[in-house]
Design a protein around this ligand. Structure first.
Ligand SMILES: Cc1cc2nc3c(=O)[nH]c(=O)nc-3n(C[C@H](O)[C@H](O)[C@H](O)COP(=O)(O)OP(=O)(O)OC[C@H]3O[C@@H](n4cnc5c(N)ncnc54)[C@H](O)[C@@H]3O)c2cc1C
Length: 471
C-alpha cells in the first residue's frame, strides 16, 4: 500500500497559492489535512479565535469539495504528528513556514526528530514575498532600516507568481481516534460589530481585495490616514491567517496597474505597506527576542509607570481624549483599528501614560482580529521608539490636533462615541474646553470623562523621562 502525506495547516488557511498543498497533491499520495491547537503557542484572543474558527470551517468545506477532510487535534504538535505518522503510515509532512521564534524552534525540533526516523518534512513559503534570509545588506547581515530593506527587496527579482489551487486531493478513508471537534469560540457582547463587519475565509479575502481595488486603491495615498474614508484595504486579518497571500495581492495590483489608470504614487504607497509587513517578519525572524525585549537596549532603563487604573481606562476607551477613546472602542467592538488610530492610541499609552509598550501590545494581541506575531510587536516598538527604524520617542502625538487633522468632520469619532454626537466640530476633540458652554452645547455632565492627564504636562513628563535614558 502506498504511504500517505500529512498536510499541517497553520497560518495558511487557503487552497490557492499554497505551494505546500500543491506539492502534497502532486505526490499522488493519500493526504490527511490537519490543524493542531497547540497549547504552547501564544494564546490568541477572543476575536482572533472566532476568526480562526470561521476560517477553519470555510477551509474544511473547500477541502471537502476537492476530496479531503480537515481533522483537528489538540496538544504538542510533535507528539500528535508522531501518532498520526504511525496511524496513517505517513512518510512525509508538509507545511508552510512561520517566522516567529516559537514556531521556528518548534518546526526545527520536529524536522530533526522525523529526519532521524526517515520521514521527510517539507516546508514552503506561503506568507511572504521574500524569505527573510534572502534579503541582506552590504555586510551580509539583516536590515534595521525600512527604506534600504525595501529598496533591496525591489532590486531582487519580482516576487514569484501565485501558484494554482489543487484541483483534487486524494483523501484518506481511515479515521484516527485522536481527533477533536472544532472548538466553538463565541464572541462576547462587547464585540458586537465583528460579525457585521467581517467575512472570514478565502472567498471573503478575494471579495475584500476586489472591493479595495474598486473603491480604495485610487484614493489610498491621499486618504489612508483618515479613519472614516475606507481608503485602506482591510486585508490584515486575511493576511494574518493566510486566507490570502501577499503574492496574490501583489499580482492583482500589478494586473490592475497595467490595465487601469491608477497613479504610480498610490500603487507604490500601498505596496510599500505590504513591504512594512515584510520588514516586520524580516526583523522578528532575525531578532526573535524583540517579541518581549526592546530592540534598542537603552529603553531597558526607561522609567515606565505601573498604573493599572490608567491602563484600564485606556482599554475601555475612557481617557477623555475622544480620538484615543474612539480607537479603543473601535477595537473592542469590531476587532480592528485603523492604522493612524493605532499609532495615536499606542503613543498615548506609552507617552502620555508612560506605560510599558508591552502592556499595550498584549491588549492589542488579545483584541485584534489581525493580531500578528510580527506586525504587532514591530508596530508597538516603532511607536515606543525602541524598535528598528522607529518613530523618535520625542515625537509625541497631540491627540487633539490628530483628531482635528485626521477626522475633520468627526464622523469616525462620533460613530464610536455617540455621547459626543451633539458636539460641534470645534469642541469635539477637546470637549472639556467647552465646560463653560456645556449647557448651551447640551453636553451631559458625567457622560464622557474629563482627560485623565493633561496633554502639556504629560508631554513634558515623557520628554524628561526620555532624557534620563539618553544621558
Ligand atoms: C501599535 C500598532 C500595532 C499594530 N498591530 C498590527 C497587528 O497586530 N497586525 C497587523 O497586521 N498589523 C498591525 N499593525 C500595522 C497596521 O496598523 C495594520 O496592518 C493596518 O492598519 C491594517 O489595515 P489594512 O489592512 O487596511 O492596511 P493597508 O493600509 O491596506 O495595508 C495593507 C497591508 O499592509 C500591511 N501593513 C500596513 N501597514 C503596516 C504597518 N505599519 N506595519 C506592518 N504592516 C503593515 C498589512 O498587512 C495590511 O493589511 C500595527 C500598527 C501599530 C502602529
Amino acid at each position: 500500500m502506498s504511504k500517505s502525506i500529512i498536510y499541517w495547516f497553520r497560518q495558511d488557511l487557503r487552497l490557492a497559492d499554497n505551494p505546500a498543498l500543491l506539492h502534497a497533491s502532486q505526490t499522488g499520495k493519500r493526504i490527511i489535512p490537519i490543524y493542531i491547537f497547540d497549547p504552547n503557542d501564544r494564546p490568541i484572543g477572543m476575536a482572533a479565535s472566532w476568526w480562526r474558527e470561521q476560517s477553519l470551517i470555510n477551509l474544511g468545506a473547500e477541502l471537502k469539495k476537492i476530496g479531503a477532510n480537515l481533522n483537528f487535534y489538540e496538544g504538542r504538535p510533535l507528539e500528535i504528528l508522531q501518532k498520526l505518522a504511525s496511524f496513517y503510515d505517513a512518510d512525509e509532512f508538509v507545511w508552510s513556514r512561520q517566522y516567529d521564534g516559537y514556531s521556528v524552534a518548534r518546526d526545527k525540533e520536529i524536522k530533526q526528530t522525523f529526519s532521524d526516523k526517515g520521514i521527510q518534512c517539507a516546508s514552503f513559503n506561503a506568507s511572504l514575498l521574500f524569505e527573510p534570509w534572502l534579503i541582506k545588506n552590504k555586510s551580509g547581515s539583516h536590515f534595521k532600516v525600512f527604506s534600504p530593506f525595501w529598496r533591496q527587496c525591489m532590486a531582487e527579482n519580482q516576487p514569484d507568481s501565485p501558484c494554482p489551487r489543487p484541483a483534487e486531493l486524494r483523501g484518506h478513508p481511515d479515521i484516527d481516534p485522536f481527533q477533536i471537534p472544532l472548538p466553538a469560540t463565541p464572541l462576547d457582547e462587547d464585540a458586537d460589530l465583528v460579525t457585521e463587519e467581517w467575512t472570514p475565509g478565502e472567498s471573503g479575502a478575494y471579495q475584500q481585495l476586489e472591493k479595495f481595488v474598486e473603491e480604495g486603491l485610487a484614493i489610498y495615498a491621499e486618504f489612508r490616514d483618515f479613519p472614516d474614508r475606507l481608503a485602506t484595504s482591510r486585508l490584515s486579518p486575511y493576511l494574518r491567517w493566510g486566507e490570502i497571500s501577499p503574492r496574490q495581492i501583489w499580482s492583482k495590483i500589478q494586473f490592475v496597474k497595467s490595465h487601469e489608470s491608477f497613479s504610480e504614487k498610490t500603487v507604490t504607497k500601498f505596496l510599500a505597506e505590504i513591504g512594512w509587513r515584510e520588514f516586520s517578519y524580516h526583523l522578528i525572524f532575525h531578532v526573535p527576542e524583540m517579541a518581549t525585549q526592546n530592540l534598542q537596549p537603552s529603553f531597558n532603563d526607561f522609567p515606565w509607570e505601573e498604573n493599572e487604573k490608567a491602563l484600564q481606562l485606556w482599554k475601555e476607551g475612557n481617557t477623555g481624549y475622544p480620538l484615543v477613546d474612539a480607537g479603543m472602542r473601535e477595537l473592542r467592538r469590531t476587532g480592528y483599528m485603523h492604522n493612524r488610530v493605532r499609532m495615536i492610541t499606542a503613543s498615548f499609552l506609552i507617552k502620555h501614560l508612560m506605560i510599558d509598550w508591552r502592556a499595550g501590545e498584549k491588549y492589542f494581541w488579545d483584541r485584534l482580529l489581525d493580531a500578528c506575531p510580527a506586525n504587532n510587536i514591530a508596530g508597538w516598538q516603532w511607536v515606543a521608539g525602541s524598535g528598528a527604524d522607529a518613530a523618535p520617542f520625542f515625537r509625541i502625538f497631540n491627540p487633539i490636533i490628530q483628531g482635528e487633522k485626521f477626522d475633520p468632520n468627526g464622523s469616525y469619532t462620533k460613530r464610536f462615541i455617540p455621547e459626543l454626537a451633539h458636539l460641534e466640530q470645534k469642541h469635539l476633540f477637546s470637549p472639556w474646553k467647552s465646560k463653560s458652554d456645556r449647557v448651551e452645547l447640551d453636553f451631559q455632565e458625567g457622560q464622557y470623562p474629563d482627560p485623565i492627564v493633561e496633554h502639556e504636562y504629560a508631554r513634558n513628563r515623557a520628554l524628561e523621562a526620555f532624557q534620563q535614558i539618553r544621558r
